[in-house]
Design a protein around this ligand. Sequence first.
Ligand SMILES: Nc1ncnc2c1ncn2[C@@H]1O[C@H](COP(=O)(O)OP(=O)(O)OP(=O)(O)O)[C@@H](O)[C@H]1O
Ligand SMILES: [Mg+2]
Length: 135
Amino acid sequence: MEYISNSQEDTIKIAKNFAKTLSKGDVVVLKGDLGAGKTVFTKGIASYFNGDKNHTISPTFTILNEYNTNPKIYHFDFYRIKNEDELIAIGIEEYLFGDGICVIEWPERAPETLSMVKTKNVEIIKNGESRKIIF
Ligand SMILES: Nc1ncnc2c1ncn2[C@@H]1O[C@H](COP(=O)(O)OP(=O)(O)OP(=O)(O)O)[C@@H](O)[C@H]1O
Ligand SMILES: [Mg+2]
């Protein structure tokens, strides 16, 4: 599927639509440049699962944000990791093979880790204020 988003609100709507296709155990990877809208898209997914009011800043918040939804949503941002050992240290496998939903920004930073698991891929291509969203 390919969608055009002309605003943050459009991206939220598209993400909510995408979220309908998700279930326990899914691993979603979000590709796109800085400022493409990956975090906005994640908020859309979380709001579909009523995560707006259930947001937890976890101790590892620079890498992981948790939403106490059902299923749980684990929002990862791998941008700042130095290497994949850091992910092993936070127990990434438990999340990837657990029964929540993982949503991962900057998957390019962890090719080995993500090669272990089947992913659902979303790409956001920035073009001025407009975005092309492919999944
Ligand atoms: N169509 C659009 N969809 C989403 N965001 C948009 C759109 N148009 C403008 N924006 C703006 O672009 C920014 C997207 O920020 P966001 O943090 O979601 O990007 P990101 O891809 O997560 O970046 P990073 O790689 O730095 O984490 C926001 O400031 C948002 O308001
Ligand atoms: Mg982001």
